[in-house]
Design a protein. Structure first.
Length: 290
């Protein structure tokens, strides 16, 4: 039996909120990745890890906020908690691989293609693993062509975002890049949902009146939501991340910040001593006694 799917139970509230969460995660992740390019050692790894977790948490939260508006009219829907949290781990882990690859290899063509592909596949894997964690009296069936299109959108969006993270400097350009990524991630999500068909079992129990997944999903999103707020605070209190300008932490004479690295001493050039001054000094010396 064909199930009746409603992806916008609450109207435009869920897609708009989901889009904003995707933009927030992308903005934090891109700024952290940009900041990592001016750090070294443990600091660089820390910024990249924060960026990967921000993007992964943002797309995961976006997905399940959008799923708050998803319902099957003829059957109740619940969520398997281990699979749901596994989708978060897969998203953060694969996004992290792509970000670390670009963060340490730079904006080379091979690094961008490889990192963008891994990151895009991570976004798509997070989406479809989260869908596999839904329990109801039936099965999902996907259109292969539409699913493939959603994966392509995810890979292109991820590659563009990684390129922007290492190539676009300044707060406003990065903000625009995060909006583009938010549009692409939302487009990937709803493209994947368009590929979905629900087939119910003949003995599926009818949905009770007023049943909604809100009570199931909202507690799961508290942790990632709090993390995104904490990451936003870290980004806001770091002026370099906001301004995108050079570091100005070391004002000692003879040292200057280098773009993409720690401060480095400037060699001081000494002026050559004039010949007449050398002669004058020699002439002013008292004669040595013999």
């Amino acid at each position: 039996m064909q199930g009746t799917v409603d992806g916008f139970t609450y109207g435009a509230v869920t897609p708009v909120t989901a889009f904003l969460m995707a933009c927030l995660g992308a903005a934090l992740g891109l700024r952290c990745t940009t900041r990592s390019l001016r750090a070294r050692g443990v600091a660089r790894a820390g910024w990249l890890a924060l960026g990967a977790t921000s993007i992964g948490s943002g797309i995961w939260t976006m997905h399940f906020i959008a799923m708050l508006g998803f319902s099957v009219r003829e059957a109740p829907v619940s969520y398997d908690r281990p699979l749901t949290y596994a989708s978060l781990a897969v998203g953060v882990g694969m996004v992290g691989i792509g970000i670390f690859l670009v963060g340490y290899r730079g904006a080379t063509r091979m690094a961008l293609v490889t990192g963008g592909t891994i990151t895009g596949l991570g976004v798509a894997s997070m989406h479809y693993l989260g869908m596999a964690g839904m329990n109801f009296g039936g099965v999902f069936e996907y259109d292969t062509l539409t699913v493939s299109l959603s994966v392509v959108i995810a890979v292109v969006a991820a590659t563009t975002a990684l390129w922007a993270a290492v190539s676009v400097h300044g707060f406003l350009p990065s903000l625009g890049a995060s909006v583009v990524m938010g549009v692409a991630v939302s487009g990937m999500h709803y493209t994947g949902m368009a590929a979905l068909q629900v087939h119910l079992h003949p003995d599926a129990a009818p949905a009770p009146p007023g049943e909604a997944p809100t009570s199931l999903l909202l507690p799961m999103m508290i942790g990632p939501g709090c993390f995104l707020l904490l990451a936003a605070v870290v980004v806001m209190i770091d002026p370099l991340v906001v301004s995108g300008g050079p570091e100005a932490t070391d004002r000692r004479p003879g040292r200057t910040p280098l773009r993409g690295g720690p401060v480095s001493p400037i060699p001081v050039q000494r002026r050559p001593t004039p010949h007449y001054a050398t002669t004058a000094r020699r002439g002013s010396r008292p004669p040595r006694s013999r």
